[in-house]
Design a binder for this molecule. Structure first.
Ligand code: NDP
Length: 494
């Protein structure tokens, strides 16, 4: 990406070649305001369509995405540098999520009767989830369609209009999504894009017309976005970084675990929020696991199996983490010389102290640390000793043991005997704890994230002698109430 000082447009570049992929406007705060104004009116229309009509439109959008897989994937590949195959996989995941969100929104969010309780026997109680209005989506560059789509399609399915601010590295993908959505929804600008830099995102987060911000990006930026949101008490869902761990238990399929560790760490050049950054291997299987790992990682080639580092500034972070890791640990694949801008070759370092940046901070490169632990319990304790808590992985053939470890792993998602498999299951919510953020995208929770519950209690008939919400209430009503409550709730269990 290049920009000329004072100019109102900027270029997105192919990080592998430096070629210009596209030129996009730098939208000002006034532009953002105007987009949110348009979205407010469009959102009213979209909400008014109702669930059934929105489902039809979103399923049509899914078909448009499907017909344009190659075009979208080519642009994702050009703007991020990732291989076309990985970009294609990303678009396929978006299609699956769009289908799920469209089909499930009516049932998850639509009106339902709930039991009013015996004390409310004369009431009819209805719960429904109403749209928030305009959702502002701020997205990263590493999965420029899949990641923001996890907010965009769920917010749209919930009946909101969306203003999307893509990363400055991938603005073209954002613009293309909007263009394709308009094929299914041509009447009003229900999905819009605003492009530019951090200031454009900040204007969106601070806009008074926004019902919620869905932010995906780094933890420090999430804090800045939260500050901007505070001005208008705008709620926020924050999908931030991670330092995910993979645990290899003594009974694991070692070949499969090593293969998963390498793919989890190196695919997309390690620029994956739920990528594997730390591996904890039980002592009993450490040596055979390392043989598998080094053999598999040794065959992975930067520029062939994965692309360049998309954001040039990240190269320094990766370089520093590798340098500090090998200062006290041992590189078994690659090393400090592996950073060859814009590429980084695979790096595996063992015996890195727990306080090293490579063990604590998000590296976001094709690097992984491996630590030997006494048993799976120690692996869990060390995996959980992180400020981050996003995803994680457990390899064990014992189903109950693996489930127990997965439940106790700190973070929103854990995959067992597979790698990041949760991300491809639309029904499963996605999100983190701690420095990895809060709130959820995907699944029913992801739909409810972009809606507000509306509770309605309708009195069907007055309860004779039991009107408690009146100044004409007497002692007799209270006595009756206490008798009823005692019958309902007064019996002790032991
Ligand atoms: P950044 O935090 O740098 O940027 C994220 C987005 O925020 C970009 O669109 C950026 O715009 C925008 N932005 C920057 N400053 C501001 C501001 N002050 N106010 C509002 N918006 C702003 O993250 P990256 O793009 O580098 O993405 C990588 C990060 O994203 C990693 O930490 C990764 O772990 C995380 N991530 C998390 C995921 C999850 O689901 N939990 C999924 C994918 C990535 P611009 O680019 O123009 O500066």
């Amino acid at each position: 990406m290049t920009v000329t000082a004072g100019s109102r447009s900027f270029d997105s570049l192919d990080p592998a070649t430096g070629e210009v992929v596209g030129t996009h406007p730098v939208h000002s705060a006034a532009d953002v305001r105007a987009a949110v104004e348009r979205a407010t009116a469009a959102g009213r229309w979209w909400a008014g369509l109702g669930h059934a009509a929105r489902k039809t439109r979103l399923l049509d959008f899914k078909a448009v995405l499907t017909q344009n897989i190659r075009r979208i994937a080519a642009l994702v590949s050009a703007e991020t540098g990732k291989p076309l195959g990985d970009a294609t996989l990303e678009v396929v995941l978006v299609i699956a999520h769009t289908d799920w969100a469209a089909r499930h929104a009516p049932k998850v969010l639509g009106p339902r009767r709930v039991f009013p309780g015996l004390l409310g026997a004369n009431l009819s109680a209805t719960l429904e989830y109403q749209p928030l209005g305009v959702v502002g989506v701020i997205g990263p560059w590493n999965y420029p369609v899949f990641t923001p789509a996890g907010s965009i399609v769920y917010a749209l399915a919930a009946g909101n209009a969306v203003v999307f601010k893509p990363s400055e590295y991938t603005p073209g993908v954002g613009a293309l999504l909007v263009e394709l959505f308009a094929e299914s929804v041509p009447e009003h600008p229900v999905l819009q894009v605003v492009t530019g830099f951090g200031e454009t995102g900040a204007a969106l987060a601070g806009d008074p017309g926004i019902g919620k911000i869905a932010f995906t990006g780094s933890t420090p930026t999430a804090k800045r976005v939260m500050t901007a949101c505070a001005k208008n008490l705008t709620p926020l869902v924050a999908e931030c970084g991670g330092k995910d761990a993979l645990i290899v238990a003594a009974d694991a399929d070692l070949r499969a675990a090593a293969d998963a560790a390498v793919w989890g760490a190196m695919s997309n050049a390690g620029q994956t929020c739920v990528g594997v950054e730390r591996v904890y291997v039980v002592d009993a299987v450490y040596e055979p696991f390392m043989r598998e790992l080094t053999e598999i990682a040794g065959r992975v080639r930067a520029g062939e199996h994965y692309g360049p580092i998309t954001m040039p500034g990240q190269l320094d972070v990766i370089d520093r983490h590798i340098g500090e890791a090998v200062a006290s640990g041992t590189a078994v694949v690659g090393g400090p010389g592996s950073v060859r801008p814009p590429y980084v070759d695979p790096v595996v370092v063992v015996d890195v102290p727990a306080d090293s940046p490579a063990m604590r901070e998000e590296t976001f490169g094709p690097t992984v640390t491996v630590s030997r632990v006494a048993d799976a319990e120690e692996a869990l304790v060390r995996a959980n000793a992180s400020a981050y808590g996003l995803g994680g992985t457990v390899f064990s053939r014992d189903r109950r043991r693996a489930m127990d470890l997965a439940r106790r792993m700190r973070g929103g998602m854990t995959a067992i005997n597979s790698i990041i498999s949760f991300a491809g299951v639309p029904a499963l919510p996605f999100g983190g704890v701690g420095d990895s953020g809060f709130g959820r995208i995907h699944g029913a929770d992801g739909l409810r994230e972009f809606a507000r519950p509306k509770a309605i209690s309708r009195q069907r008939f007055p309860l004779p002698g039991m009107n408690l919400t009146t100044f004409s209430r007497g002692q007799a009503e209270l006595d009756r109430l206490v008798r009823l409550v005692t019958i309902l709730h007064g019996r002790r269990k032991h």
